[in-house]
Design a protein around this ligand. Sequence first.
Ligand code: HEC
Ligand code: HEC
Ligand code: HEC
Ligand code: HEC
Ligand code: HEC
Ligand code: HEC
Ligand code: HEC
Length: 325
Amino acid sequence: MRHLVVVFLILLLGTPSALAQTAGAAPTDPALIEKIRKSNAECLGCHTEAALKAPPREGMDLLKLKTLLVDPAAFERSNHAGMECKTCHGQTANEYPHREGLTAQVSPCGECHAQKSMRIEAQYDASIHAKHLKGKFTCQSCHDPHLYKVAAKLGAPSEIVRQDNAMCFDCHESDLKFATFGDALTPPKRRPDLDDIHEWLPNAKLHWGAVRCVECHTPVSPTKTLALSHEIVGKDKAEKNCVACHTRDTALKTRLYRHMVTEEREKLGFANSIILGDSYVIGATRNAYFDQFAVWSVLLTVAGVMGHGALRVFTAGIRRLLRKS
Ligand code: HEC
Ligand code: HEC
Ligand code: HEC
Ligand code: HEC
Ligand code: HEC
Ligand code: HEC
Ligand code: HEC
């Protein structure tokens, strides 16, 4: 009986899908790297711009292939650089003609990122997209696994803003893409213009380049381990308060700049120096000494005016005497 349990455990742990359960680090062994490169070169032999211009074989549906291209350089910068395409797409994905339903059979994020996904899924389920577009909207609707790189590893806030807003723009700036989801609603929804919706926000276009949509459309992350909550909230719950960001204690410190706000920076005097270095957020980017200087100059001015007044009252009698004589 005990042997049976052991055999069962080995079988369980030995299956490829179980091995893929945890996302390990990128490989460092040169032989393994070379093996992966070769394997991926098979797919990239067809699924790239270059291959489209010089097809490696005849009779391929080039019009369809044109919509299925992967940018190898972008993939090498992504979270999943160093992974085999086949790890997600299945061991027989290189065989052409492909089997039916190759895209539908791709591994879901949760298969390898079980822990994070469990928390994220709960937040995502409460999001406006999941609630209104159940079944149609998925993690991949936002995350292109061949492109996306986690914010903590991107570094520069401008890069984070560009990448994360591009996810939203993909649909919210394209009537065509929005319709492929909006048409599934009853009644079907047309794409509302982003600038019209955010008319109350001065210079909305500037904001799109400096802050992320998720800054205002998600609650603060309830966990330290996750950079943001995945609960995208609708217009009734979105942030409309300018002071949330335009203040010394800006909400952006726990959001966009959470990967960069370090204690040393705080000690330099420029409380939000990192924000100052990146962009000028009115109210948030002020030097503590400037602030103190401002307070003192106001106090000194008031004291000066009052002192001057007191002096005039005190000297009034003398002046009157002098005038009389
Ligand atoms: C010989 C060229 C060729 C090779 C090699 C190739 N593909 Fe394809 N692939 C195509 C073409 C052409 C299509 C367009 C649809 C079709 O003809 O099946 C396609 C379609 C796909 C699709 C979309 C399927 C669908 O119906 O939506 C995926 C996903 C895909 N390939 C992944 C891969 C991966 C991963 C590899 C490597 C493991 C790979 N392909 C290797 C030519 C190739
Ligand atoms: C981490 C998992 C993962 C890896 C690694 C991966 N893919 Fe994909 N791929 C996906 C997912 C998920 C989709 C489906 C996206 C969707 O539903 O639109 C996809 C879709 C595709 C498609 C269909 C076109 C599209 O963008 O929808 C092609 C072609 C493709 N992958 C090729 C590749 C190639 C080539 C590689 C290796 C260089 C690769 N993939 C590596 C997860 C992966
Ligand atoms: C077949 C397994 C597999 C699948 C499926 C997969 N990933 Fe990954 N993922 C990995 C591996 C391996 C890494 C590299 C881990 C590392 O470098 O630390 C990774 C890295 C990441 C990272 C960076 C991790 C970090 O903390 O820096 C994120 C974020 C991520 N993946 C998101 C996704 C999303 C979103 C999906 C679904 C669209 C997905 N992954 C699907 C295997 C997978
Ligand atoms: C509405 C768009 C959207 C959808 C849908 C979405 N995400 Fe995200 N996801 C984001 C954005 C934006 C970020 C922030 C970028 C960052 O911090 O790396 C992110 C970050 C992540 C991260 C990195 C978080 C961290 O702190 O390490 C993971 C992992 C992830 N998403 C997984 C998922 C999974 C799993 C699903 C599906 C259940 C999903 N996402 C659905 C937009 C989305
Ligand atoms: C400064 C905070 C802020 C930012 C940044 C922001 N939004 Fe909004 N958004 C709001 C508020 C507040 C509303 C509700 C407006 C109202 O009801 O008048 C809203 C409304 C919306 C709506 C509702 C449309 C409808 O159906 O009426 C959508 C969609 C939307 N935003 C998408 C986005 C996208 C995409 C981005 C990123 C490009 C973004 N938002 C950036 C605060 C913001
Ligand atoms: C794949 C397409 C797609 C992507 C990507 C996408 N959205 Fe949406 N979004 C939609 C559609 C379709 C609706 C309409 C749902 C509804 O109103 O019922 C919607 C609705 C919304 C709403 C709700 C408006 C309201 O009625 O209150 C907000 C807010 C929103 N999206 C923000 C975002 C943000 C922020 C991102 C990026 C992190 C994003 N979306 C990414 C397609 C998308
Ligand atoms: C989610 C955070 C956030 C919210 C909420 C927000 N802002 Fe901003 N705002 C920024 C950031 C970041 C910049 C910096 C842009 C830059 O110069 O790089 C900015 C820039 C500006 C500018 C332009 C400054 C310049 O250099 O021209 C004005 C004006 C402004 N905001 C006013 C407002 C008003 C009014 C509101 C409320 C209706 C508001 N903001 C809400 C983050 C925010």
